[in-house]
Design a protein around this ligand. Sequence first.
Ligand SMILES: NC(=O)C1=CN([C@@H]2O[C@H](COP(=O)(O)OP(=O)(O)OC[C@H]3O[C@@H](n4cnc5c(N)ncnc54)[C@H](OP(=O)(O)O)[C@@H]3O)[C@@H](O)[C@H]2O)C=CC1
Ligand SMILES: O=C(O)[C@@H]1CCC=N1
Length: 267
Amino acid sequence: MTVAILGAGVMGEALLSGLVRAGKRVDELLVTERRPERVRELTDRYGVEAVDNPAAVKRAETVVIVVKPQDMGSLLDEVATSVRPGQLIVSLAAGITTAFIESRLPAGTAVVRVMPNTPALVDEGMAAISPGSHCDDAHLREAEALLKPTGKVIRVPEKQLDVVTAISGSGPAYVFYVVEAMIEAGVHMGLPRVTATELVVQTLVGSAKLLRETGEHPTVLREGVTSPGGTTAAALRLLEEGRVRADFLGAIEAARDRSRALSSGQV
Ligand SMILES: NC(=O)C1=CN([C@@H]2O[C@H](COP(=O)(O)OP(=O)(O)OC[C@H]3O[C@@H](n4cnc5c(N)ncnc54)[C@H](OP(=O)(O)O)[C@@H]3O)[C@@H](O)[C@H]2O)C=CC1
Ligand SMILES: O=C(O)[C@@H]1CCC=N1
């Protein structure tokens, strides 16, 4: 069953590489890209065939669209006449609703909207999927099978997807931001950068495993680190005074609002 990935940038390549790692035959994959140098990179790296958008849609059973939300309208217009009954269209674009995609494609086209994230590159992705109005359970299972090799997949109502985008879609960037800040703090206080980086990355991996493997509430785990009158309490006090928790809420609301704005065509 041929899968076409339209727009293989950061997220499209994460999916492509995951499918290849999971043993998907390269002759059952197609990619499309705008720039010839990007096409060469992908064909050299994966041995995958690159074609134009209408050709990819004609030859594939499943079409995965991974262009930026701002490029979605023109791409759908370009491929609409190539879409045929029975095909599944999967969109990974932030903000773009299944209703918008359906309105640009032949009546009755099955569309699944996905919000993935970049840890898919190491098979630890988090993806949430929602059905369009012409999807049945088989379509959702097909989308799940496509994404499962690169991490976890959950089903959510589409009205939750803007918040999902703000939490897990953009989430890795918030985590990397905190990691950067902790490394810089270590360097500021005299640690070699390589030492600070090793300390922070292993602390992050260890804390994530602790959360996942114990299933404990994060508050309980944080209390376990916070000795009475100790170092952690001193640091957390400053974070609370700096309203960092409230800032996270505001930042994630801003991401949700941006996802909503993208759905109404704001560039
Ligand atoms: N990056 C992330 O962490 C996540 C991204 N997403 C979603 O994935 C989508 C892609 O994001 P991302 O990978 O970061 O962006 P990129 O810009 O890296 O990838 C998009 C790619 O599509 C290409 N492209 C644009 N228009 C066309 C076209 N008409 N035909 C073929 N290729 C085209 C772009 O080419 P060019 O460079 O020339 O513009 C680019 O290489 C977005 O909709 C985003 O919302 C979702 C979750 C997480
Ligand atoms: O920043 C963005 O718009 C995309 C969607 C989620 C993560 N990256």
